[in-house]
Design a protein around this ligand. Sequence first.
Ligand code: MGD
Ligand code: MGD
Ligand code: MO
Length: 695
Amino acid sequence: MMQDPDQSATSLVRGACPHDCPDTCALLTTVHNGVAIKVQGNPAHAHTDGVLCTKVSRYTERSYHPDRILQPLKRTGPKGSGQFAAVSWDEALTDIAARLQAIAARNPEAIVPYSYAGTMGLVQGESIAARFFHRLGASLLDRTICASAGGEGLVQTLGGKVGMKVEFFAESKLILIWGSNSIGSNLHFWRYVQQAKRDGARLVCIDPRKTETAEKCHEHIALRPGTDAALAFALMHELVQHDWLDHAYLAEHTLGWPALRERALEWPPERAAEVCGVTVEQIRALAQDYGQCFMNGQPAAIRLNYGMQRTRGGGNATRAVVSLPALIGAWRHRAGGVLMSSSGQFPLQRAALQRPDLLAGRQPRTVNMSTIGDALLDPVEPKIEALVVYNSNPVAVAPESGKVVQGFAREDLFTVVLEHFQTDTADYADYILPATTQLEHWDVHSSYGHTDALLNRPAIAPLGESKPNTQIFRELAVRMGFTEDCFNDSDESLCRAAYGDQVDFGALDEHGFATIPLPDAPFAAGQFPTPSGKCEFWSERLAAQGLDGLPDYLPNYEGAGISSDYPLAMISPPARNFLNSSFVNVTSLRAIEGEPVLEIHASDAQARGITTGAVVRVFNQRGTYRCKAKVSPRARAGVVNGMGIWWRKLGLDGSNVNQLTSQRLTDLGRAPTFYDCWVDVALDTPVQHATSGVA
Ligand SMILES: Nc1nc2c(c(=O)[nH]1)N[C@H]1C(S)=C(S)[C@@H](COP(=O)(O)OP(=O)(O)OC[C@H]3O[C@@H](n4cnc5c(=O)[nH]c(N)nc54)[C@H](O)[C@@H]3O)O[C@H]1N2
Ligand SMILES: Nc1nc2c(c(=O)[nH]1)N[C@H]1C(S)=C(S)[C@@H](COP(=O)(O)OP(=O)(O)OC[C@H]3O[C@@H](n4cnc5c(=O)[nH]c(N)nc54)[C@H](O)[C@@H]3O)O[C@H]1N2
Ligand SMILES: [Mo]
């Protein structure tokens, strides 16, 4: 028999990594006989440089995982039991549409879409899905779970999610890696740092945890969680005291310097050292390094990331840190300034994708995804009656899981989950609908760590009966009686619409990526996208909301000298081989991570009789979580590191770190405070001494 030439051919398909990571890599998938056999980094894409992280190099293992959901499933057991039976697409969609219609007839706002960044794709993220919920008049979702505190801090100070180009870190002479474990979560940025280091740059890591990144920097400042603003003010204090200031830049391109200067002068290094739990010498030396860059005309750069915004004062801390470059005029250099997120630099046509006009004048309420636990248990009308979850695993990743689980377990809640796997969230679904992976669908991407747009072509046909998110919502729209033409747009045409004529689609298609043209040193001559066009130390917009116009240090809700039954601070940063809760079920990656672990400093461990490998109870007023202790120099005294984000059902006792985190929100941006969490730790069981034949 003749083989179909297309089927027998080996081909390379250009794609994009869909995961929630600043690197947004360009992929090359090798397809043989219709099967994806290898996923590699595209060497033609400068930021990717042919290199992938361990996780995504296992992407085929994830896509062809034996546990992939390949048929629609309907719940057969009690909520949360994980018992399902396969049903046809027609049965599932017809029933779902009927249930949603019945609720919408009473009040469409009782339906809540819940989605985040399982894929960062603009098409499989928010295109047909957004149109669907807009047309329905469902509640809107406040997408705060990751970056909105820092995002708001950036917008208020620099005017948008804007900053240095990542590639120019390679030319910096001083790099502060602030609240980020780059080697674990931003590997391709780390490559630029290595280049700078070889050229003599000094590297300083500011992080409570002694991460693999901290180990490779010249200096590690292990401050207490949530004290970054205090450190930033002390640096400003020293810059003022020594007159390491670019007065011309301050005068021409900033707003509110006299007031910020006054505030900085309240923060001598002695005061900040006390608050941050670091030495005065460390603060002075860092200020000296930063100031000397200015005095010597050398570029100083800050890679600020999300670790420092997940506490009460995260928004203000971001405002304080991103103010620093203007003091020394670091923005004059293309290798100077700060980069937190680059996502505001893409000319995206969001309205064309999401069609908010389909709301037709309605203004549905907005539900904050970070407090979904409370929202589901809230009796206030309209009570949430249906949840449609896609690209997210809230039962594992949202704070205060005790309440999240209680909410998802409500018998009167109708829940639909679009997924690849039967996650902790999918266990609570009434229907699980099988979604395609990045190998199987079209998408287009922006990035929050570089400034290239990427295109993802499908490499293989959808596995089993899985369908792209877009297609699932198209078919639901038909059953809901939504007849607007926009529900017929194909995925490929949505990919084109994402950038409209702002990016040459032909070039994007040919190479798989396209660079957004932007100036190398965006704020060398001011021109910040703020209302004043200046770097706004003083924000009139915040003042108009009755908030402090200047950044300030806001102590954590939990800890910060408040006496309590829970003397340890817990942070829960990501494990290197997982991506939030994605990949936890990929056997080879879970094998590297082993078991859920709590890193604890020797002094805190000793005081509690805890040794490495012991099962411990980590607890506070919200709950208890059991995991294995690891006595480790990675933890500073007084702070434990509960490594995230395990699937609850793959942990030791069916829970994870979010059992302990709270639903309190940040100062700006309505974001969660995952790293503002007090706990205590105790041995779970008396140490069992194995009986041995030898006395
Ligand atoms: N391997 C891997 N990569 C990832 C992810 C993942 O789960 N795994 N997640 C992705 C996502 S969703 C995001 S948002 C980005 C996040 O990107 P980053 O913010 O760079 O994430 P992390 O590497 O977790 O770095 C956070 C660091 O902040 C530290 N930290 C905690 N509290 C504080 C504090 O109060 N102050 C300071 N200065 N530091 C603090 C933590 O110890 C941790 O090392 O990474 C993405 N990349
Ligand atoms: N304690 C603690 N909690 C945290 C954090 C922390 O540092 N500590 N980090 C927080 C941060 S930064 C973030 S961003 C959130 C992340 O929260 P989420 O965005 O919910 O991230 P994931 O846990 O990776 O879950 C994404 C899910 O989407 C699914 N998925 C992927 N692609 C597709 C697709 O194309 N279609 C469909 N239908 N599904 C798809 C995946 O299988 C996966 O189960 O977690 C937050 N939670
Ligand atoms: Mo995130």
